[in-house]
Design a protein around this ligand. Structure first.
Ligand SMILES: Cc1cc2nc3c(=O)[nH]c(=O)nc-3n(C[C@H](O)[C@H](O)[C@H](O)COP(=O)(O)OP(=O)(O)OC[C@H]3O[C@@H](n4cnc5c(N)ncnc54)[C@H](O)[C@@H]3O)c2cc1C
Length: 383
């Protein structure tokens, strides 16, 4: 697989599997198992895994392009894909002591038979995912974990969860450890429904871990090293992927709005909306400008991730903040331009508008990112 073939596969799955059922799945809050099956069969679940476990061996550039392409068709599925890729990356970068036990998991992911996800956020620390309230307790060969994980994308559908929890002897609120918890582990259950405003088809439900035993082979980081992995491995890819989801939403809003402006008519004038009203054309132009600006920002972030330098973390922080705002702005303008047709849900624009609002809520939230950027510019420690 190379960059072009990966994107072509995403385009094909987007138009054949995702787009036709996106509206229905959104209304029903239905998780698309067939979308995940297609992504698995196409090899896209293992896109970034090394070739020696059967993965595609591709990097952040392909990941961003595939995620944006999927989001154009269905942002719920794109978010499932994003959280899976983060889970897979966390497993692939596990400490050497766990590598042997985890190889079969990576092979299953690459073969398209294993969906993973992140279970970081907890009810107690809300959006401050870097500070879990739960704490692992040592128990024979491994640990026991009890935790109230809130908002776990793909809850009940994933085969594994990358779980954060305080290290047994951790002293500070960020002394966490990451574990891989198999879906069938005794004590793990989906503890509530998912009925969000947007991204309704991605099953971001709460998950309860009640005294779950996790063997030491499935401990992904050394004790207390969860936080640096969250910050240096997971966060850059999460922010890139979130920006890519936002880009897909913006592109879809531009194309949906363009099509409405071409097709909706003022019959008494004998002209389309787009031909009749310069104000709508100007607003559409603004949508396009913001969308292309976001695309350029994503390219810039990819450059920084491929060749890390002093400004890389700043770009990581800026990208998700800017993307979240851009998606809300572009889809809000689309709602305004498409007027009653969007408001009365005759177009998919209102789904895009609702989906776009998730980006700002998902941690690190836009507010927190601004706070981090401001602090880092002033040389104030972030934590
Ligand atoms: C669709 C969706 C999918 C998700 N999937 C996952 C997942 O797979 N795994 C996972 O671990 N989590 C997931 N999350 C959880 C998400 O990352 C957040 O942890 C969650 O949304 C908590 O939000 P909250 O509003 O309760 O946070 P709160 O902390 O209550 O935030 C409330 C408000 O306070 C602001 N705020 C908080 N702290 C600060 C600060 N220091 N400075 C300035 N403002 C601040 C926030 O910006 C927000 O506006 C998901 C969330 C959503 C919406």
């Amino acid at each position: 697989m190379n960059h072009e073939s990966a994107v072509m596969k995403a385009v094909e799955i987007g138009s054949r599997v995702l787009a036709p059922s996106a509206g229905q799945n959104d209304r029903a809050g239905r998780f698309s198992d067939e979308a995940i099956k297609s992504l698995g069969e196409a090899g896209l679940l293992g896109l970034m895994l090394p070739a020696d476990v059967g993965g595609g061996g591709l990097g952040p550039r392909a990941f961003a392009a595939v995620t944006a392409t999927l989001a154009e068709a269905d942002a719920s599925v794109a978010m499932v894909y994003l959280m899976h890729m983060l889970g897979a990356t966390a497993v692939a970068s596990a400490r050497p002591g766990a590598a042997q036990a985890l190889t079969p998991v990576l092979q299953e992911i690459a073969a398209g038979r294993h969906l993973s996800t992140l279970a970081f956020s907890e009810a107690g620390s809300r959006s401050h995912f870097w500070a879990p309230i739960s704490r692992a307790a040592r128990n024979g060969d491994g640990v026991h974990i009890s935790a109230k994980k809130s908002w776990v994308t793909s809850a009940g559908h994933a085969q594994s969860y990358v779980v954060s929890t305080l290290a047994p002897e951790g002293a500070s609120p960020t002394d966490s450890t990451l574990y891989l918890v198999a879906a069938g582990t005794n004590g793990l259950s989906v503890s509530g429904p998912w009925d969000g405003l947007g991204l309704r088809a991605n099953a971001s439900a709460p998950v309860l871990l009640d005294d779950c035993h996790v063997p030491s082979d499935f401990q992904l980081t050394d004790d207390g090293d969860g936080f640096p992995v969250m910050l240096n491995v997971v966060l850059p890819l999460f922010n890139l992927g979130s920006a890519a989801v936002a880009l897909g939403l913006c592109r879809s809003a531009v194309s949906g709005t363009t099509s409405h402006l071409k097709n909706a008519k003022f019959e008494h004038l004998g002209k389309s909306l787009g031909e009749s009203l310069p104000t709508l054309r100007a607003q559409l132009a603004n949508m396009q400008i913001e969308t292309d600006g976001l695309s350029a920002r994503i390219d810039d972030l990819v450059d920084h991730l491929e060749a890390p330098r002093e400004t890389t973390m700043l770009r990581v922080l800026e990208s998700k903040a800017a993307a979240g705002e851009a998606a809300i702005s572009v889809t809000s303008t689309a709602m305004r331009i498409c007027g009653g047709a969007a408001f009365s849900k005759h177009l998919n624009i209102e789904r895009l508008f609702r989906d776009a609002h998730a980006g700002a809520v998902m941690a690190p939230t836009v507010d927190v990112l601004r706070e981090f950027i401001g602090k880092s510019l002033l040389g104030i420690p972030l934590f």
